[in-house]
Design a protein around this ligand. Structure first.
Ligand SMILES: [Zn+2]
Length: 88
C-alpha cells in the first residue's frame, strides 16, 4: 500500500520523500514508525505530520533484533537496486 505523505526531504541525501510503502501490512504510517530512504537507505522515523527525521543510532540499537534485521534487509535491497542501476 502506498501512502502519500507531506513532501519533505531525506535528512541525509535531500531526496524528496512524498510517499511511503509498507513492507509488512496494509496500513498507513503513523508517528514513530520506522522507514528507510528509497534513495540512500538511511534509517528514518516518522513524525506526527508524516514528515521524516533521521533515526538516531541510539534508537536503532534499542530496536529488537527482528526489526533491525528488517531495516537492514530493506537498506541492502535499496543499495542493490541503485548499484544495478549504476552498472547498466
Ligand atoms: Zn536519503
Amino acid at each position: 500500500m502506498k501512502t502519500v505523505t507531506p513532501s519533505n526531504k531525506c535528512p541525509n541525501c535531500n531526496y524528496i520523500i512524498d510517499r511511503a510503502s509498507s513492507i509488512d501490512s496494509e496500513r498507513k504510517p503513523t508517528k514513530g514508525d520506522l522507514s528507510v530512504c528509497f534513495n540512500c537507505g538511511t534509517f528514518l522515523i516518522f513524525n506526527r505530520d508524516l514528515t521524516v527525521s533521521m533515526l538516531s543510532h541510539d534508537k536503532f540499537t534499542k530496536l529488537d533484533l527482528s526489526t533491525k534485521q528488517a531495516m537492514l534487509k530493506a537498506k541492502l535491497g535499496i543499495l542493490e537496486v541503485h548499484q544495478d542501476e549504476n552498472q547498466n
